[in-house]
Each structure stands twice: as C-alpha cells, then as structure tokens.
Design a protein around this ligand. Structure first.
Ligand code: FRU
Length: 487
C-alpha cells in the first residue's frame, strides 16, 4: 500500500518489499495485536542471493509496514526459510518476564568447491515484539548426518503431548521432530515416500488441523511445496495431503495429493501461528511467483509480492476432503461493492463494463444455459488483456495471459493455467485484480488460480463473450477501491 514510485506494477493490496528481492513468507505469527510477516530477502539485489529475513507487520493483514531486517546471515550460513511461535509458557527459558517470540530457521552454508552445502536448524528470540533478535548461542539445534536438503522448519505446539512439533522438508519427504523446549529435538517419523508429487525437491511444509465444515470432525492438513525441475513443464507448485497426526506420525487418508492452487504463482505458502482461539481462523499466504521465472519478472527496483492472505476451510465432498480458500474478510473494507443488474442473459455476443480502477474485486454466479464457452476478458488496455475461458465442452476453466502485457521474459509464463471441473452448470467466481496479479476463486474457494500479469494498467474494463449459446449471470457486483488510490 505504499506509493507507486517504483513503477506501474507495484501492488496496492499485496505485500511487496520497497526494494530488492523477496521469496518465501517466513515466521508468520500473530502476537500482541500484530501479524508478523518475515520473508526471504536479499537486501542488495533484485535477484536471489545471500538470504536474510526481511520483516513487515500489519494490523489487518492487508496494509503492511516494512520494518528493519530481522535476521542477517553470519559465519554459520545464510538464513533460509522457517517459522515463528510465541513461547507462552517460557519453555525455552528465554522469557523470564513476558512471553516472547522464537524464530526457528534453517542455516544454509555453501560447501567448499566440490562439496555439498550444509543445512541445519537454528533458533533466535525476541523480547520486544519482533523488533530485535538474538540468535541462540547453542545453535544449531538440529543437524543431519545424511540429508543434504534439510530445511524450512515449521513449528507448532501439540497440546496432547506437551511438546513442540517441527515439520521439516528432508529431500523428497517430510520429517517430524518433537521437543519440550525448542532446543532439544527428537526424530519422530518420516512421510512422503511413494505418495504425492515428486518431480522436485520438497520444501516449506506446514501441518495444522482444520474443522470439517458443518461437522464436528477435524482433520490434519499437510502442505508441501514442490520445487522447480527444468525437466518438467509445471515449475514450482504446492500440494496438500489430508489425514491424521498423533503427535508422532502423519498418515494420509488418500493415496495421492491435491494441488493447492491451479495457477503458477502461489508457492511456499504457510499459515500463521498463534491466531487467538476466539478468532479461530487458519490463515495462510504464499509467495506469488514461480521459481521458473521469478528472477526475471519485469519489475523495477523490487521483485516479488505475496498472495493475498487467505482463510482456509475444509469441506467433505462424497467422502473426500478438500481445502477451500478465500481472501480474508479484512479485504472487504477496501472495496465499495456496486451490485449490477440482478440477472442477465448473454447470447452470442459481448458486453463490456467500464472499470478504470487500480484494483478491483468482482464476484458473480455463472449459470450455463447452452453456451459452449464463456470468456471473461479483463481488458488492461486497448491491446492488453487476460482471458478467463470457461470451456463447457472440455469441462475446464483456463486463465490465458499470452496477451496480458510483458510476457517475453520466460516461455513458461504463457503456457496453460487451467483447472478441470466436473460440474460446471453453476459456477461462482470471485476475481481480485491488482496492478500485476489476478486471483481467481471458484465456487467459494474450492479452486484457486493465482496468476501474475504485467500490463500497463490493471483493468480498464471487463467484457463477457458468450459463444455458441447462452449463459445467465447473476448475483454479481464489482468492488471498487474505497481508499485514495494514490496510496
Ligand atoms: C523455497 C526455498 C526454501 C529455502 C528458500 C531459500 O522457495 O527454496 O526451501 O529455504 O527458498 O531462499
């Protein structure tokens, strides 16, 4: 929400650092009225390099204030991804007076010529609401004798055994460790061999429990990001598993995983720790980019932004469980929603609505009559547009960004982004357009499709093209910015 001084692609609703390179969200935690967002940060360049933890705070998850760098690399290594928790009961002994924050992160030390790098887990703590940090003198707290990829600790308190649990990416598996004090860690189990997506290294896991909607049942959800492998078209993406966790072992209910997002630009997503029980939400955000082209995206002076924070829920459909996600409700107060005609039928033709705003929130229900396809065209300018194609014959929704503006930095950027949907008779869409992103949520968050774009303008108008028949649109509104857009 800072000024647009650094270029037309700077987002209004999404967090992006003022300068230089950012990747994964780290240390997401709520404490003393503030949401903390730490992130992988290279303060001296717009490309990836020696990693620090950058830091921002927010009271409402939308407007962020960038603070000083929280953690700097040192002789033990760069500061790779990790998490943060509130040590309410002073299990560490670091907080004799008031509860404080503990960050659990990976040290990455490059190997000498011809040698493998070394990755270990370490901790740091803060007694002043995350403003300054002290690295624990006994670091590292966890090392591996055999694993090279050994990183991205996500830690939570498991009440039944009175222990902290660490979920760690270990090659192409997830390992679970436990500890009474965040310092002494014991191996519990390993999950992932022969199940899920394995085309890249596993990274940035998260494990948490969600209540199944309209039921008292609870399930455990395991997020696992899968790194980019140039031999595959997909780039980096995030999968999730649903199952049971007993403090030691995670067992998946299914024999495969699901994709968390069908767009290319949502990676390394993890959830906030310590959101108060009376709020009760599980909120996550991801890095809105893809390792395939992240270092090349055409922004000026800064690189990368986060997805909108999203509330997660769990739905049971015919005996299977699915993660749903929608932008947090705090976003609503940034828009003035204007309801459009109650119901409109489109038959073989185009209708266009002027928008001309720097960010937009649009919601509508789409009922098929007999059309073969409906195209929703986000016209960024006269000759730049992104198309959302609802293809009834092939039962899929595609987001096509080949004409969306700057695209020539990667051939992968314009390849398919699509989601297969069995029942397309009635669809509900929520589309959030910012200066350089489109986030599409289908059927109240059943499917998400997150996509970067680099047009000259966010959205001049929206057009609807119905092809070979009719569709009916209803329940729809366009939300325009409430606050001054110059912010
Ligand atoms: C994921 C990742 C992590 C690592 C970090 C380094 O995007 O590769 O596994 O900790 O980025 O910046």
């Amino acid at each position: 929400m800072k000024t647009n001084a650094l270029g037309k692609h700077r987002p209004h609703l999404h967090f992006a650092p003022q300068n230089n390179w950012m990747n994964d969200p780290n240390g997401l935690v709520f404490f003393d009225g503030e949401y903390h967002l730490f992130y992988q940060y290279h303060p001296y360049s717009t490309i990836w390099g020696p990693m620090h933890w950058g830091h921002a705070v927010s009271k409402d998850l939308i407007e962020w204030e960038e603070l000083d760098i929280a953690l700097y690399p040192d002789k033990v290594g760069m500061i790779f991804s990790g998490s943060a928790v509130v040590d309410w009961e002073n299990t560490t002994g670091f907080f004799p007076n008031e509860p404080g924050l503990v960050a659990i992160f990976t040290y990455h030390l490059d190997g000498k010529e011809g040698e493998e790098p070394n990755q270990t887990q370490a901790i740091a703590y803060s007694s002043d609401r995350g403003r300054t940090w002290k690295k624990y003198e006994g670091n590292p707290v966890l090392a591996s004798e055999s694993k090279i990829d050994f990183r991205d600790p996500k830690v939570f308190w498991y009440e039944q055994t009175n222990k902290w649990i660490m979920v760690l990416a270990t090659g192409q598996t997830i390992s679970f460790y436990s500890s009474p004090n965040l310092i002494d860690w014991e191996f519990e189990s390993e999950f992932g061999e022969g199940i899920g997506l394995h085309h890249g290294v596993w990274e940035c896991p998260d494990l948490f429990q969600l209540k199944v909607s309209e039921s008292n049942e609870k399930k455990w959800v395991l997020f696992v990001s899968v790194g980019d492998n140039p031999d595959f078209e997909t780039g980096s993406q995030t999968q999730y598993f649903i199952g049971e966790f007993d403090g030691q072992t995670f067992a998946s209910d299914q024999d495969s995983s699901c994709l968390l997002d069908f767009g290319k630009d949502n990676y390394a997503g993890v959830s906030f720790s310590d959101i108060p029980e009376k709020d009760g939400r599980r909120i996550y955000l991801g890095w809105m980019s893809n390792w395939r082209y992240a270092n090349e995206v055409p922004t000026n002076g800064w690189r990368s932004q986060m997805t909108l924070p999203r509330e997660l829920s769990l739905q049971e459909i015919e005996g299977e469980y699915y993660v749903y996600q929608l932008p947090v409700k705090e976003l609503e107060s940034y828009f003035l929603n204007v309801a459009l005609d109650e119901e409109m039928i489109y038959a073989n033709g185009t209708r266009t609505f002027q928008i001309g705003k720097s960010y937009v929130n649009c919601s509508l229900s789409i009922e098929r009559q007999d059309a073969a396809q409906l195209e929703i065209v986000l016209n960024h300018s006269n000759d730049q547009f992104t198309k959302i194609e609802i293809d009834y014959n092939n039962k899929e929704v595609r987001l096509v960004r080949k004409d969306s503006g700057i695209i020539d930095f990667s051939t992968n950027f314009i390849s398919d982004q699509k989601v297969k949907i069995d029942n397309m008779t009635k669809l509900n869409f929520r589309i959030i357009i910012d200066s350089s992103s489109i986030e599409l949520f289908i059927n109240e968050g059943q499917y998400a499709l997150t996509s970067l774009v680099y047009p000259d303008h966010p959205c001049e108008s929206l057009s609807f093209n119905s092809m070979d028949g009719e569709v009916k649109l209803h329940n729809w509104y366009i939300g325009k910015p409430i606050q001054s857009e110059s912010k």
